[in-house]
Design a protein around this ligand. Structure first.
Ligand code: FMN
Length: 177
């Protein structure tokens, strides 16, 4: 099984990306989790440019989504919304539909940031993704200066992340998607 992990932050020291890197290490042996680290290359959404010559970065994002059996997303909240870079990337997928019927976990690394979390659920739901509640926990990592080793060393955090991945994997295995 292949899972694509998408961070909504481009920061080198991003908490959200570190959380996803920790998840990569928690993956069961028969599950491959790849971190998508090219969101920054996706141009500003412009419907006029969305044609058969789809821009390379957009085509790459779409093919990585297609190749994945499930997706896990972790995004910071900026000004009570989803990070612009992630929302922009998602806008390119509305017409092509790679999220349709795709099992998705949305992990909230900053439990006080509920606007972005709920907005992501709304956006991905309207794009017909299947949001798995058990794979979408709040995992309080933000503001704690933990790298992925520190996240994995914290029993409570590691257990939450493991349970989330298990839920995503179990749902995906049982479904026809
Ligand atoms: C421009 C900007 C706006 C932010 N707005 C919010 C906000 O509305 N609510 C919130 O809880 N945190 C907000 N934050 C804090 C970030 O969500 C938080 O620092 C997050 O951990 C950053 O994610 P990263 O470490 O993955 O880059 C904001 C940070 C920045 C830089």
């Amino acid at each position: 099984m292949k899972i694509l992990a998408i961070s909504g932050s481009l920061r080198l020291n991003s908490t959200n990306t570190k959380l996803l890197r920790a998840i990569v290490q928690l993956a069961p042996t028969d599950v491959e989790i790849n971190l998508y680290d090219k969101l920054g290359a996706i141009p500003p959404f412009n419907l006029d440019l969305d044609n058969e010559n789809a821009l390379a970065a957009v085509a790459d994002f779409r093919s990585e989504l297609q190749a994945a059996d499930a997706i896990v997303v972790c995004s910071p909240e900026y000004a009570h919304g989803v990070s612009g870079v992630l929302k922009n990337a998602l806008d390119w997928i509305v017409s092509s539909g790679e999220f349709m019927n795709k099992p998705v976990g949305i992990i909230n690394a900053s439990p006080r940031s509920l606007y972005a979390h709920n907005a992501l659920i709304e956006t991905l739901t309207v794009m017909m993704a299947i949001i798995i509640p058990e794979a979408s926990p709040a995992v309080p990592v933000a503001g704690r200066s933990l790298d992925e080793a520190g996240i994995l060393a914290d029993q409570e955090l590691a257990t939450s992340l493991l349970n989330a991945i298990d839920a995503l994997v179990n749902f995906t295995e049982k479904s026809d998607h």
